[in-house]
Design a protein around this ligand. Structure first.
Ligand code: SAM
Length: 282
């Protein structure tokens, strides 16, 4: 179903909810880090955030929708001509598949993301060595998973990855549906993540975490025993002083990293069952 926005019809399939609340737009701009990084925006839409960003810094924006791309070409012809703005037409995830990074130099991602791929985009940013800060509007429920602390019920695989990948991690504001046109069905949050650039990511670690959180209410030791040798896991838990009755959300992020390393060092993966990864909090 298409919703009318002035002369433009918002397309649900591209997650188009345009941010109209100027106080939230201003807050995003105020939270921009003071550095010399380039800005990347994913999904400039009708350009409300882009207009503010390009006043501060040079911007590269990725837009998948051909109709919006052509509106933006007219709207921003001066900035495009001056070279302060570059708009790339295409799916940002495809661009990441074909290129190492979204920008050839250090950048900060600042965007009101399309919610249907927001988690994927943030995880891609963790693997993109040129990306330093991530300031994004996403669905509140997903934001809470990224920012949850150990012990909270939302603490899951995304929280562990974010805690390990970032040196700063916080919610800037919660944004109600009426701040958008058309309004989404859910609350949104703007979150700020500052990556710890000394850390690099092993993609198999994500699979390990999916296994660890595949049964959130069960004991972590029991769940991991479905995939790895139980005796060795018991030794690892004892060595790391992890309570054998702990549920997955009660174990600190850094301990997951240690368990993963030790399990791999022992080479004791008993069963590689990737079909059991559904039900994680992604
Ligand atoms: N930035 C605008 C704003 O704040 O009003 C629009 C945000 S809207 C939530 C998401 C935007 O992402 C839309 O412009 C949509 O067309 C674009 N988009 C959706 N999927 C995309 C993809 N795979 N790659 C690039 N842009 C995408």
């Amino acid at each position: 179903m298409k919703k009318t926005y002035n002369r433009y019809q918002a397309k649900k399939m591209f997650g188009q909810n345009f941010l109209k609340d100027t106080s939230v737009l201003d807050k995003i701009i105020q939270s921009m880090p003071h550095n010399h990084n380039h800005i990347v925006e994913i999904g400039p839409g009708l350009g409300d955030l882009t207009r503010r960003l390009v006043k501060c810094k040079d911007v590269t924006a990725y837009e998948v929708d051909r109709d919006l791309y052509s509106i933006l070409q007219t709207e921003f012809c001066d900035q495009l001509e001056a070279g302060s703005l570059n708009i790339i037409l295409g799916d940002v995830l495809t661009h990441w598949q074909n290129n190492r990074s979204l920008y050839d130099g250090r950048y900060d991602l600042i965007a009101n993301l399309p919610y249907y791929i927001a988690t994927n985009i943030i995880l891609q940013c963790f693997n993109d060595n040129n990306c330093e800060h991530i300031i994004v509007m996403i669905q509140k429920e997903v934001a809470d998973k990224f920012t949850a602390q150990c012990g909270q019920k939302e603490f899951g695989a995304l929280s562990v990855i974010a805690t390990l990948a970032c040196s700063e991690l916080r919610t800037l504001c919660i944004v109600p549906p009426q701040s958008f046109d058309p309004p989404p069905k859910v609350d949104s949050s703007v979150i700020l993540l500052k990556k710890d650039l000394s850390k690099s990511f092993d993609t198999n670690f994500n699979d390990f975490l999916k296994k660890a959180f595949s049964a959130p209410r069960k004991r972590l030791l029991k769940t991991l025993s479905r995939f790895f040798d139980k005796d060795i896991l018991e030794e690892i838990f004892e060595h790391l002083s992890i309570d054998s009755n702990a549920r997955p959300h009660q174990v600190e992020a850094s301990l997951y990293s240690h368990i993963y390393t030790k399990v791999n060092n022992n080479g004791n993966s008993r069963r590689e069952d990737t079909t059991t990864t559904s039900g994680t909090n992604k």
